[in-house]
Design a binder for this molecule. Structure first.
Ligand code: SF4
Ligand code: SF4
Ligand code: SF4
Length: 361
């Protein structure tokens, strides 16, 4: 992602196409926002994700789910809101009072609000069932799954705070039919209402080259403050929030594709370019590295380390000694045995008949 950001805007909403995984990486087929948008405002045009500005209602439902923060609304900053949440008296998040649709938040935001505020946070989801933005049920189920993920993470940290839910009351299921009837009218009212209630937080402006999503920077900094009090910091099990990688030394050709294409720089070369570092705090689990690696040398690994995440500690996954190939004289990553590079070795194998014939001449 370079300095030129291609931004599409509706009145309230902006989509930075150059931060979109799907648009920037041929092998990535992220569809999170397409599936979430209640108005179907995202379309694939010439294989690129494109926002149809006139269809976007700026509801913010998709925003928290974009792994790279390519989606934003102008009037509400979920990172700023989560960072300053501890100063708020009321610990309830409600689209009717202080926030847009709770889809604006991600797991990182919920965790930051609970950890920094040192208190439980309540999400008022009592309007979801009747909300026109939740017509297909996708938005509410995603919000609930983020809350569940946050709670299991908070449990892992052994802190007492949780993200609580206030769910719909029974009679609201009936009201859903009424809402459906006047869809367009109600939609207009709801959107206006949510916009009117959006609290203005400090406007955030990402640097175009900020590769690590700000929500992860926030979480990392919040963990830094509490990690000293956590009993266990190293975990064996898989986490939906933090990802881990391993590289098979024998299979890796040190081609550098994974470090070049990792969208957040979670994988990066060592200063001598003969090894690869991996940072758990930066990895968003997009899977691009695994898809792009031709010899399939890089793979997911279970477990995560809180200290590594909190202090952005990187681990060296692989390191090579570079030696000169005895055939072509080019440097190559040496893995033992004959000092002959892969290219020369496969050339000798593929054309073995020719060499045998040449010997007989
Ligand atoms: S959620 Fe984000 S990365 Fe995924 S397709 Fe939408 S804009 Fe792109
Ligand atoms: S892990 Fe794969 S993509 Fe990365 S340097 Fe090694 S071979 Fe290349
Ligand atoms: S390390 Fe792999 S999975 Fe993680 S952000 Fe980079 S490319 Fe995506």
């Amino acid at each position: 992602m370079g300095n030129m950001n291609f931004i599409q805007k509706s009145n309230l909403f902006s989509f930075t196409a150059t931060r979109c995984l799907r648009n920037e990486y041929y092998h990535n087929d992220c569809r999170i926002c397409i599936e979430l948008c209640p108005k179907g405002a995202f379309h694939i045009v010439r294989n690129k994700l494109t926002l149809f500005e006139n269809e976007c209602v700026g509801c913010a439902g998709c925003i928290g789910s974009c792994p790279t923060e390519a989606l934003e609304i102008e009037s509400f900053d979920p990172n700023g809101y989560a960072a300053s949440f501890m100063h708020q008296k009321d610990s309830t998040l409600s689209c009717k009072v202080s926030t847009p649709c709770l889809g604006v938040f991600d797991v990182e935001h919920y965790a930051v609000m609970a950890l920094r505020g040192e208190r439980s946070v309540t999400c008022d989801l009592s309007h979801c069932e009747s909300c026109v933005l939740n017509e297909n049920g996708n938005l509410k189920s995603l919000i609930c799954s983020k809350i569940d993920t946050t709670n299991s993470f908070l449990e892992t940290l052994e802190v007492a705070y949780r993200i609580e839910r206030i769910d719909a009351k029974e009679e609201q299921t009936e009201r859903r039919a009424l809402f459906r009837k006047g869809f367009e009218k109600v939609k207009e009212t709801l959107v206006n209402e949510s916009v009117a209630h959006i609290s203005m937080t400090a406007a955030h402006h990402k640097l175009p080259d900020q590769k690590m999503p700000l929500k992860r920077v926030l979480l990392k900094n919040s963990l830094k403050e509490i990690v000293g009090n956590v009993q266990t910091t190293s975990f064996e099990e898989k986490s939906p929030l933090f990802f881990n990688k391993q590289i098979d030394f024998q299979a890796c050709t040190n081609c550098g594709d994974c470090t070049q294409f990792c969208p957040t720089d979670a994988l990066f070369p060592t200063s001598d370019k003969q090894g690869i570092y991996f940072s758990q705090s930066k990895c968003i689990g997009c899977g691009i590295c695994e898809v792009i690696c031709k010899p399939k040398a890089i793979s997911a690994k279970e477990g995560f380390d809180l200290i590594s995440v909190a202090f952005e500690r990187a681990e060296e996954l692989v390191h090579y000694e570079m030696v000169t190939c005895h055939e072509c004289r080019c440097p190559f990553p040496y893995k033992g045995g004959e000092p002959i590079c892969d290219r020369c070795e496969s050339y000798t194998k593929e054309f073995s008949n020719m060499f045998t014939m040449a010997k007989d001449l």
